[in-house]
Design a protein around this ligand. Sequence first.
Ligand code: TGC
Ligand code: FAD
Length: 388
Amino acid sequence: MAPETNAPDFMGLAGLLTEDERQVQAAVARFVDERVLPIIADCFEHERFPRELVPEMAALGLFGPTFHDYGCAGLSNVAYGLIMMELERGDSGLRSFASVQSGLVMHPVHTYGSAEQKQRWLPALAKADAIGCFGLTEPDGGSDPGTMKTHARRAGGDWILNGAKMWITNGTVADVAVVWARTDDGVRGFLVERGTPGYTARDIQHKFSLRASVTSELFFEDCRVPEESRLPLAEGLGAPLSCLTQARYGIAWGAIGAAQACYREALAFAQQRVLFGQTLVKKQVVQQRLAEMLRRISTAQLLAWQLGRLKDAGTLHHTQVSLAKWNNVRMALDVARDARDLLGAGGISVECCPIRHALNLESVITYEGTETIHQLIVGRQITGEDAF
Ligand code: TGC
Ligand code: FAD
């Protein structure tokens, strides 16, 4: 059978999926085609997060889909990855929203929370009756969270938080913030509710990337939270870093969707653009560029799929996620930039998707560990030497 070159699925990823996984992917693809693509360029241009889509995403079961309890769907990790891939084919902003809600908020509550915290928050987060955000990065540097300044001190049975978090997705729309702070006993996590005295959030304006996503600063000034709001099982920096592994896993899949969208638009353009008496697809250099995009997308797909298999088997190591996040986001950014160039001048318009994806991917390659950080994580795994 001839390989599929339009989606593209050249190496037959679809054939490696279960029927359930294929159905999940098809449902999310339909949602993206019908509900996201018609509005997303306008949202990006006008710096608007399409919040009206969130209840529909919840109804599709896209939040916390791998959990088997609290009203979640109990899907495989491969299915979760496919969800991320389809959402990011729409826009990195929507995938970001889902990454944060599932990987950075539901995951820590599920893994490190008390029975009461889980009961209170997980069903609400799954239904998007509550929105969450994750505050780790600080104004003085995100790559080294071990040096965070935000701190929490005990005051009777409560905790008093002081500090600031920066570049926080969903910050001003969140009902609950997972906040990481230094204490006398090491790093601890707190669930801070919107409206708690001393906790404020403010949007970061003038972004030229992820314009269809809310990014905020969080401030804590003598913010008092009860001991019941501390995540009891989260002890040390390993807890927030384990959450990053979940989100990075989703990004390794998501970036493929962005690349697929760019490749398809470049291919369609090259098939109809006539220059020097021929369509662009008849030019050797153009074929080489399209083949290069396809090669890189195909290898990223297989990498992501194997990552999902390892995660489903419970044997995934976080350094493998680093390698895939680095590879797949770099791939997507390069594909988006090249697709933008193939479209010529029209490629700078928001009416064509590659410029939007390329600008978004400038954030994606920075957040959840910059490319350099992931190279150093893999380097440390190879050599045993810490070169941060
Ligand atoms: P290090 O000594 O390496 O680690 C401390 C402890 O944590 C363990 N660990 C991990 N566990 C699970 N998953 C991971 N990814 C882990 N990485 C490390 C480690 O084994 C150790 O455990 P133990 O028991 O031995 O204590 O800590 P370090 O201070 O040397 O830091 C290493 C480094 C640089 C890799 C880490 O700080 C890092 O990953 N920095 C990058 C920070 C980052 O990615 N921030 C992301 C913020 S959230 C975000 O960007 C959301 S974007 C959301 C969206 O919109 O999609
Ligand atoms: P820095 O850490 O200051 O890094 C600056 C440069 O130094 C980078 O090029 C980096 O690669 C390089 N560098 C760092 N360390 C080394 C080294 N050892 N050797 C050589 N070079 C090095 N954070 C959250 O906590 N929650 C969120 O929801 C969230 N959402 C985000 C949304 C967006 C749109 C963006 C852009 C960021 C978001 N972040 C979030 C923050 C993100 O995780 C950080 O931006 C990222 O971790 C990098 O931190 P930094 O920006 O402070 O850069």
